[in-house]
Design a binder for this molecule. Sequence first.
Ligand SMILES: Nc1nc2c(ncn2[C@@H]2O[C@H](COP(=O)(O)OP(=O)(O)OP(=O)(O)O)[C@@H](O)[C@H]2O)c(=O)[nH]1
Ligand SMILES: [Mg+2]
Length: 605
Amino acid sequence: MQKIKNIAVIAHVDHGKTTLVDQLLQQSGTYEAHQEVQERAMDSNEIEMERGITILSKNTAITYGDHKINIIDTPGHADFGGEVERVLKMVDGVLLLVDAQEGVMPQTKFVLKKAIAFGLIPVVVINKIDKDGSDPDRVMDEVFDLLVALDANEEQLEFPVLYAAARDGYAKHEMEDENKDMVPLFDAIIEHVPYPKGSPDNDTQAQVFTLDSDNFVGRIGITRIFNGKVKKGDEYLLVKADGSKSKSRISKLIGFKGLERIEIQEAEAGDIVAIAGFNDIDVGDSICDPKNPVALDPMHVEEPTLSVIMSVNNGPLAGQEGKHVTSNKISERLEKEMETNIAMRMEPMGDASFKVSGRGELQIGILAENMRREGFEFMLARPEVVVKEENGVKMEPFEHLVVDVPEEFQGVAIEKLGKRKANMTQLTPMPDGTVRLEFEIPARGLIGFRNEFLTDTKGEGIMNHSYLEYRAYTGKVESRTPGALVSMDDGEAVAFSIFNLQARGVMFISAQEKVYSGMVIGESARPGDLDVNPLKGKALTNMRTSGTDEAVKLVKPRQITLESAMEWIEDDELVEITPESIRIRKKSLDPVVRKRLARDKKNSK
Ligand SMILES: Nc1nc2c(ncn2[C@@H]2O[C@H](COP(=O)(O)OP(=O)(O)OP(=O)(O)O)[C@@H](O)[C@H]2O)c(=O)[nH]1
Ligand SMILES: [Mg+2]
């Protein structure tokens, strides 16, 4: 039987997980000599490469001495915490990375809490020790305190620690040791991560934790084998979370080796393989011996905390840029997403709209971004938190928030967060002259906060948050103050009128861009919406078109991204998304209706 170690790499966003996996791949000699490999090779999908973040967890396998190490790289952003949760059940150990300067951050707490609950002993890697301002001792203390706070048992408290610069390819036991290579980390994995339990002689039990597809064989389930064997050509029983069962043969069995996938005939307890042949295979399904099927526990993933209404684009420019625009197409696409993404939910709401729920704006934003790249066109409403009722009490999700700000912005940060119902739990002066403020805040209070925070701190503030728990509802929180500049006509925006409107606020559009009545073309400098005319040109005789014309010098418009638009909009606004454009509009395009609604709203206050 092969000696196997199964580990997941977990950390807060950007603490260096994918970079570390690069080095483990390289230094284990897994690559062929001629193989050309990109930096952060595991971040293989388009959006991951563009943004330099991991979105989906992915697995690889390396050989080290007589061991095979299966490694699962996980995403660090809080919105993808569901990915980490389901992966933890598949491994027998974790590498917990912590940035030697930033220290313990919200998502460090979230992932470590889950790992501790699964009984895993973390191999702690204090990473980026090469950075100026790194303070490995302080960070080590923070990790220890965190483990105590998380009720780690004695064995877990004796976790091994390594000091590393993943980017530079070394890890070591003591800071004084030489900077050499990853050998100390490889050895720590072999020494401290337990071997898989279970036996190849038992009846087969395996569980799917990720889905993949292949043009030739269809759906593939990436699976951890807990007991017994799986053989190509043999028949197995697929058991779903709802208990339903179906029999099928394994048509193809795929093993992992570095970035490659190789066809294999058989695999056994302890290993991670990809299985084809089950058409309706889903995340969480068990693959069992047909004679003695004992399904594994369904996977638990924390419920979604945020939802957004997605609807068919019904604006005047609808259907001009997208390929898939109907409610049927959107529904099909969302259903497909829900099969692989167990941390998300979808619910049809009638009238061509759907409620899509997930862990945060980024998670929903990435789905929307993928859809627009596939040619979809649709609208999103303002995100809302998922409110629950427990024992007759209205509950809402709370987040753990950490902001790092230069000292002079401490006051404004505390004041603004106070208005959003945040409760400060800690204030720590940092060695670099910044202050670290920690809060517990209703997730509602964070919607739209990032823009405001960056403005208030002149771009110098850093904020990080991650899900904490459901607590009693806190009442009204403040939202965006500035109003919208709303176009009152259809047509193409004229440079001269944009020039005039610049005095009234920040523009979102450039000259010649298509606009329509009810479209939001900028942020007003004052509260309250303002209907404006972006089409009003100067009489042609006076208009010079040359770029040097002083009179029409235009400020660069604010770049609207999918996520910034979702953050910015209010209840009566929508984001219109097409493969080519992101526009913001009023829900009601008719100015008369809008005025009446605004009046009713005011009266009801
Ligand atoms: N100075 C320094 N930078 C590092 C080190 N390791 C990684 N980085 C940098 O940190 C950034 C983030 O690295 P990633 O490996 O993508 O981090 P990650 O944890 O996988 O990020 P997510 O998957 O998005 O959570 C990159 O710019 C790396 O080059 C290190 O040891 N020292
Ligand atoms: Mg990564």
